[in-house]
Ligand binder design. Sequence first.
Ligand code: ATP
Length: 251
Amino acid sequence: MDNNSAEKVLEVKGLSKQYKKGVYASEKVTFDVNKGEIFALIGPNGAGKTTTIRMISTLLQATEGDAVVAGHSILTEPEKVRKNITYLPDEAGAYKNMTGKAYLKFMAELYADTKAEVDEYVQRGCEICELGERLNDKIATYSRGMQRKLLLARAIMSKPALAILDEPTSGLDIINALEIRRMIKKLASEGMSFLLSSHNMLEIEYVSDRVGIIAKGHLLETGKPSELLEKYGTKNLEEVFERVVTDNEIL
Ligand code: ATP
């Protein structure tokens, strides 16, 4: 799809964050995510991925810049932005004393407008997480992988315009990680958009339509993985990353 004519679900415009005056955790970050696209921010620990994602999710106030989600500004219409996104944090603590099913229902009620929608979301959530009978057990008894799948199901079940997933497969074994990646691709093919973040560049190469390389708060390069491999003459995104940060003398 032509990037300029595509319908944009997210437009990030010069977003900056200073936690401390004069120190930028992210600086003038600018990128777009199209409808049905999987876009991943990749970069090492402390690069500014979570900071950027939390600003877009309206959980953190931007120092400068704006982001527009499904036509709504995070600055002027944060409630409308929240209606159109779901956010899965990196370390998401679930409600341990609830059963998995009760948790999905509780979250569905926050997003749905009608009882029928609540039922639809819960049903979809139950199917997505594939926890079967264990959905009737308390979340406290789940393994880390099971909790992750439940939280992912929660993030996806309402089919938001944009699902923001921080390290989506963190803590999952390879089989579960593959399932999650396939699920993300399938939902994207049906029109949902994804903003992912990861420091696992090899994984992200397989799942993303486009990636943004971020280091020390600067978005240094964006493009399709295949285009970046060709541009930098490298075999994988890790090598692209190395080239980009060296060329920019950033690390
Ligand atoms: P990781 O992969 O480790 O999650 P990240 O790319 O998500 O890293 P951020 O968490 O956005 O990186 O951090 C970017 C920078 O901002 C780091 O230097 C970090 O120490 C700093 N930072 C993050 N949160 C705060 C905070 N609440 N107060 C001050 N500095 C912060």
